[in-house]
Design a protein around this ligand. Structure first.
Ligand SMILES: [Fe+2]
Length: 317
């Protein structure tokens, strides 16, 4: 199980992912069809947001196809200073939308991890409140109201989690937990007692957090980006987005289905440059006292319903 560590800070959430692509127009079109909203361009980097309060959740710049790193929110400037001092890096002002400050860390596999604080938040974009479902003993939850789901892209809300292939799981686990106070929701074991990964969540005490915000998995191969996952508004919103991406000729990777670990309804796609990216909704919310579990790869890759993981097996989460 996850090792108890006294952490430098307790991270709040993942903030954003950064990518480089050789064809900005092509990727911008995909991200629009995926359900993100462009907020502007600063020094050649295009920023995109969801409907939530974050100024951006995706940053895109021109270059050879590459995952450039991820951002993690610290609670405040004091926490940012603490983690910068711990790793011996500078705190610098950032010119991305919302401003604020960052400390740029490097994890054991060389992934660039920006710890950010002090960004201004946006009012959430006005969206339709999902309708109640008429089901089971609640079959009268929606009366005299028709369910109509307009066609079009999903409505991305926010970045929910990032999954990384790592060279040595215990090393990466210790690195992230020591700095960010993450809790293990589920440790992944290749065989009893042989841990190769973990689904880790933010420690918000009695306040709930997503089942996982960072997943590290030791695949036996090189370190690398596996996927990033963006919450959408509802199951219907996810499904219309699926149809929209299919109609756009994009590559469906895995879905729709419901995961076991985290319980999300999921839908995985490949962007035009082969990066895996996920829509999800209705994930588990856990408090610190909910503890964690242990699971084998059959459970990690299994589904409660829906599409089984395509062959050849590709580890995901
Ligand atoms: Fe995921």
């Amino acid at each position: 199980m996850g090792r108890a560590l006294v952490s430098v800070i307790k991270a709040v959430d993942v903030a954003y992912v950064r990518f480089a692509v050789p064809d900005m127009a092509r990727q911008r079109a995909f991200l629009k069809d995926f359900g993100m909203i462009e907020v502007g361009e600063v020094d050649g980097t295009v920023y995109l947001r969801g409907a939530g309060e974050a100024q951006f959740c995706y940053a895109l710049s021109l270059g050879e196809p590459a995952f450039l790193g991820l951002g993690i929110w610290a609670k405040d400037r004091a926490d940012l200073e603490a983690i910068a001092a711990h790793d011996g890096v500078m705190v610098e002002a950032i010119n991305s939308p919302g401003g604020g400050f960052r400390a740029r860390l490097t994890d054991p596999d060389g992934f660039c991890v920006d710890v950010v604080a002090g960004q201004a938040m946006n009012p959430p974009v006005a969206t339709t409140t999902p309708l109640a479902w008429n089901e089971g003993s609640n079959r009268l939850s929606r009366v005299s109201t028709f369910r109509r789901t307009p066609a079009g892209p999903s409505t991305v809300q926010r970045l929910g989690h990032v999954v990384l292939a790592v060279r040595d799981f215990r090393t990466s686990e210790a690195w992230y937990k020591q700095r960010f106070g993450l809790l293990t929701s589920d440790e992944v074991q290749a065989a009893p007692g042989i841990a190769i990964g973990a689904f880790m969540r933010a420690d918000r005490g009695e306040h709930p957090a997503d089942h996982h915000m960072i997943v590290c998995v030791q695949t036996g191969g090189p370190a690398g980006y596996m996927h990033s996952a963006f919450e959408v508004a509802s199951v219907d919103d996810l499904m219309v987005g699926h149809d929209h991406l299919l109609a756009g000729g994009y590559t469906a990777q895995w879905g729709v289905g419901r995961h076991i670990l985290g319980s999300q309804v999921f839908d995985y796609w490949l962007d035009p440059f082969g990066n895996e990216i996920e829509h999800w909704t209705d994930g588990d919310q856990l408090c610190a006292s909910d503890g964690g579990g242990v699971a084998g790869m059959d459970v990690v890759l299994g589904v409660q319903w829906g599409m089984q993981m395509p062959s050849p097996p590709e580890m995901s989460a």
